[in-house]
Design a protein around this ligand. Structure first.
Ligand SMILES: Cc1cc2nc3c(=O)[nH]c(=O)nc-3n(C[C@H](O)[C@H](O)[C@H](O)COP(=O)(O)OP(=O)(O)OC[C@H]3O[C@@H](n4cnc5c(N)ncnc54)[C@H](O)[C@@H]3O)c2cc1C
Length: 364
């Protein structure tokens, strides 16, 4: 019997599978592989201090994950473009400058490193303890590392069969097993069952389709432009610029468009305005795409166990690339019945409602 069956082969699911396999666990990852995953679409910024606006458990979670990155990246045996190169925050207006002043104030109070710079006669801030990774290379390297460690990677759309969900009581007695139903993508065949001691839900924006969790998709569009890459990630002008090889990523829109991951002309126009500020000059657009960020009402991830026994690691919203290493450690600890490396209370998947465990029936 499998120790864990993981639904979702994005960065969170694959990083969790790899961590478990390295701890000697038998793991399978099921992915619908429809190409819309956030992990492929993302910009790869690792910004624990950029994304959080006050000292909080989320800041600590992000910083812990960033600290894990050097070893996480090294352990994959492939070049994944991890660069702890820092991030530069620019201001173009008085209001943006005031926001930077406030950011520096609380971060210095919290003993975080912030360096003052100036650009265009305005305040700029440099955060040396941040960086970037090439999230696409990372995803491919994680897949390869999972295969080397004996993780079974399966393609198909999974549903949590209500009959297959072990009760909390059975699970805590260590006797339970739980089931996934798997419908192979594009093939009309009998649904297959996968039995595992633990089911781990890492289905990103689609997690709310598998269990009653408040995860909704928030579309983000990115441009790849043929501009010389900046020396580090640069924030400002309503977006950011990320060095990607010899080119530059420009991001990102934030839109409620349901599960529609199609890039739009409006998105492109908005991103070209950001590009004009951060990488001035005429640059050809090489690529333009969109992905769906898995958002929760308070923008914090959902990390923990549902009363049904299903382990949840989802809702990483803007920070799933950054949070992959620490999420993997949390999932592995929960599967092994060990204390998680951080207090999970602020990220409890049940924090919104008592009724978060009812699984939906497989529509197929
Ligand atoms: C434009 C954009 C820019 C971003 N930039 C950054 C950034 O710079 N830094 C950062 O840290 N984060 C960033 N993010 C956020 C980050 O990409 C996400 O938080 C992270 O990728 C979520 O990973 P995941 O594995 O949970 O989800 P996903 O990568 O979406 O993976 C979920 C997987 O679940 C599978 N799945 C869904 N339903 C089923 C089912 N029923 N059965 C089987 N499989 C299923 C899907 O096929 C998918 O592969 C960005 C996101 C976007 C869209």
């Amino acid at each position: 019997m499998l120790d864990a069956a993981i639904v979702g082969g994005g960065l969170i699911g694959l990083a969790s599978a790899l961590e478990l396999a390295r701890r000697g666990r038998k793991v399978c990852v099921v992915d619908a592989a429809d190409g819309a995953r956030a992990s492929w679409a993302a910009a790869g910024i690792l910004g624990p201090q950029s994304e959080v606006h006050a000292p909080s458990p989320m800041l600590e979670l992000c910083r812990r994950s960033f600290a894990l990155y050097p070893e996480f990246a090294r352990g994959l045996g492939a070049e994944v473009g991890f660069r702890p190169c820092g991030t530069l925050h620019l201001a173009f207006t008085d209001a943006e400058e005031a926001a930077l002043v406030e950011q520096r104030r609380w971060q210095e109070q919290a003993a975080l490193r912030v360096e003052e710079r100036s650009q265009g006669g305005r305040l700029a801030l440099f955060f040396p303890d941040e960086g970037q990774v090439d999230n696409r290379r990372l995803l491919l390297a994680l897949r390869e590392a999972c295969l080397r460690e004996g993780v079974e990677l399966r393609q198909g759309r999974a549903a949590l069969g209500s009959a297959g969900l072990g009760s909390a009581g059975r699970r805590s007695a260590g006797l339970g097993s739980a089931g996934l139903r798997l419908q192979a993508s594009g093939i009309r065949s009998e649904a297959e069952s996968i039995e595992a001691r633990e089911i781990v839900l890492c289905a990103g924006s689609w997690s709310g389709q598998l269990a009653a969790l408040p995860v909704t998709p928030v579309r983000g569009q990115l441009l790849l432009v043929d501009a010389p890459p900046p020396a580090c990630v640069v924030f400002g002008g309503g977006g950011y610029a990320v060095p990607r090889g010899a080119q530059t990523l420009i991001g990102a829109t934030t839109e409620n468009a349901g599960f529609d991951a199609t890039p739009t002309e409006e998105g492109r126009a908005a991103l070209l305005l950001v590009a004009a500020k951060l990488v001035p000059g005429a640059h050809a657009v090489v690529d333009h795409w969109a992905g769906l960020r898995p958002a929760t009402p308070d923008t914090l991830p959902l990390l923990g166990r549902l009363p049904s026994g299903v382990i949840v690691a989802t809702g990483h919203y803007r920070n799933g690339v950054l949070l992959a290493p620490v999420s993997a450690q949390i999932v592995a600890a929960l599967v092994e019945g060990k204390p998680p490396p951080v207090d999970l209370a602020p990220f409890d998947p049940l924090r919104y409602a008592a009724e978060s465990e009812s699984a939906l029936e497989d529509p197929t």
